[in-house]
Write a protein that binds this ligand. Structure first.
Ligand SMILES: [Zn+2]
Length: 130
């Protein structure tokens, strides 16, 4: 697995510059998180983000390349993938004693960032249950 900075094109393509995403064999991180990553001691939030994106990579590899298409086409598949990746992220935060931002993530999941994957209320209910 490689870790790189998000290329310029991706920040133009995505409506709102993401914190990170996974594609192929690479985890892409925003400048802020990439700087954290190359620092001698990355923040817990950076480690959690990498855990989240690594989980996406692993599942993408397991399900095959068409799962990426499925991710965009199927709201339900997208939700299942985000649940799995978020669990990996939460585990890192929990180990470091940091509380997960349920409100922020529920807002994000119900926004254009995740192509209106789920309503805010549903997202919040799912997240607190993880
Ligand atoms: Zn994700």
């Amino acid at each position: 697995m490689k870790i790189k900075k998000i290329p310029r094109w991706a920040n133009i393509v995505f409506f709102k510059g993401p914190k990170g995403f996974a594609l192929g064999d690479t985890v892409y991180l925003s400048d802020h998180y990439h700087n954290q990553f190359i620092a001698s001691k990355p923040s817990l939030e950076t480690e959690a983000l990498i855990a989240h994106e690594s989980e996406h990579l692993e599942r993408l590899r397991k399900f095959g390349r068409f799962s990426l298409v499925k991710y965009f086409l199927s709201r339900n598949f997208r939700l299942q993938e985000e649940i799995a990746a978020t669990k990996a992220e939460m585990a890192v935060l929990k180990k470091g004693g940091q509380v997960f931002d349920y409100v922020g993530r529920a807002s994000s999941w119900s926004s254009i960032n995740y192509l209106f994957m789920v309503s805010y209320e549903e997202a919040y209910r799912i997240l607190v249950g993880l």
